[in-house]
Write a protein that binds this ligand. Structure first.
Ligand code: AMP
Length: 417
């Protein structure tokens, strides 16, 4: 029988109480699957979406372990996260749960982009559990602020990203500083084949958890529109779809600010969220969205990972993400914990980065086809030859004028189709 209560998962009474205090009544499927092996010290490889309750799935066993472990000169548990947002959220979850425990546990937090000194100060006297982004963790170690020699349990959250090319050198260094004998948990929404060998090498006889269920309730839509009409179409959707909280994804900081300004100019409360915002600035923007002071966040991908925004109605891909994995992460911001969500992607025949062919690759990787739509009043004028090739628009071959437009050139005489 599948356990239906936290009490059946083997958590010690104080941690069980902490889960109850956090308002967790029934464990989510990932918690049912990952908590018992986590408590038993077993390695875990878990395919788990953000929103599935995965943070608590590793946080509760980590807290149980830290409560048992004798004090040491360094943390007994380490959680690595690829972004500061995710690190902050994870530390907050751990701290929230730890507040209800009988013994005070210190949860360290470190991420880059801010001065290292306060983080060094905060680590004086050690900590029980540490949450960090890889680069700043290494900086702290280089400043003698921290040792990894006592880590018993390591968790890689969004492991696909932590093990990907950009982080590999940092990860290799961290790995070399960790005890060889340890428990390791890898949690990720996606596991690209290219990383499987690397992941396997980190784990001893792991329990593999892939939940077929835990379906997020996301309705996917794909709307064909001309690139220049995307923001007007976005305004139209905001006016007609009844969405209260929305994240719009764009590719650059400039676009985030530009689109957000345009929405403001039309009386829609919007804010930009991107990597160049200060930590305080980001926190403010997120709080404004949570409280309803802001209705639309226009964000770059830095915001896509790890953010938990309760009751987010829709995600709009104003610009398509580069990879199918990013698409999964983006749309996973909505449709969480029983709140139905919508994910809308704009495809534009006249924008190479939003091309139909790119979206088709995303569909292929997802194994799911999303019907194409056009919205009345926003029908695309640009017709890409690739659409013709797949019958994207029936009964119409691209004219010379269409081809010129698709190539970004204006047709002669300023004539409009
Ligand atoms: P995560 O997948 O870790 O981002 O968690 C998503 C959200 O679910 C967080 O806001 C958690 O507080 C919440 N949550 C996690 N586990 C449970 C549970 N067992 N019952 C209710 N809410 C939960």
């Amino acid at each position: 029988m599948t356990p239906r209560s936290f009490a059946e998962l083997g958590l010690p009474p104080s941690v069980l109480n902490a889960a109850r205090e956090a308002g967790f009544i029934e464990p989510t499927p990932i918690q049912v699957a990952a908590i018992p092996p986590g408590l038993a010290g077993r390695d875990v490889l878990a395919l788990a979406e953000t929103g599935s309750g995965k943070t608590a799935a590793f946080a509760l066993p980590l807290l149980a372990m830290a409560l048992e472990a004798p004090a040491a000169a360094g943390p007994r548990g380490l959680v690595l996260a690829p972004t500061r947002e995710l690190a902050v959220q994870t530390a907050e979850t751990l701290r929230g749960l730890a507040a209800a425990l009988p013994r005070r546990l210190k949860i360290g937090l470190a991420f880059g982009g801010v001065s290292i000194n306060p983080q060094l100060m905060a680590l004086r006297g050690g900590c029980d559990l540490m949450v960090a982004t890889p680069g700043r963790l290494l900086d702290l170690i280089d400043h003698n602020g921290l040792t990894l020699a006592h880590v018993r349990t390591l968790v890689l959250d969004e492991a696909d990203r932590l093990l990907a090319a950009g982080f590999e050198a940092e990860w290799r260094r961290i790995e070399g500083l960790l005890p060889a004998t340890r428990q390791t948990g890898l949690f990720s929404a996606t596991f690209p084949a290219a990383l499987q060998g690397l992941a396997e090498g980190l784990l001893r006889d792991p329990l593999r958890i892939a939940l077929a269920s835990a379906p997020p309730d996301i309705r996917q839509r794909c709307i064909q529109v001309d690139a220049a009409q995307r923001t007007p179409l976005l305004r139209h959707l905001l006016a007609t779809e009844g969405w209260q909280r929305v994240i719009v994804f764009v590719a650059t900081r400039y676009a985030a600010e530009h689109v957000s300004d345009k929405l403001w100019a039309h009386g829609i409360q919007a804010a930009a969220l991107h990597g160049e915002l200060s930590q305080g600035g980001r926190a403010e923007v997120l709080a404004a969205l949570q409280s309803g002071r802001v209705r639309v966040l226009v964000a770059t991908d830095v915001a896509a990972r790890g953010l938990h925004i309760p009751a987010l109605d829709a995600v709009v891909n104003h610009e398509l993400p580069r990879s199918a994995a990013d698409y999964t992460h983006r749309i996973g911001r909505t449709g969480r914990m029983g709140h139905a969500g919508t994910a809308v992607s704009f495809v534009c025949a006249d924008s190479p980065t939003n091309a139909e062919s790119h979206f088709r690759l995303i569909e292929k990787r997802q194994g799911q086809r999303v019907p194409r739509e056009q919205v009345r009043g926003f029908e695309p004028r640009a017709v890409a030859s690739e659409m013709q090739a797949t019958g994207g628009i029936e009964g119409r071959r691209p004219s010379k004028k269409d081809k010129l437009r698709a190539a970004g050139l204006h047709p002669p005489n300023g004539s409009t189709a």
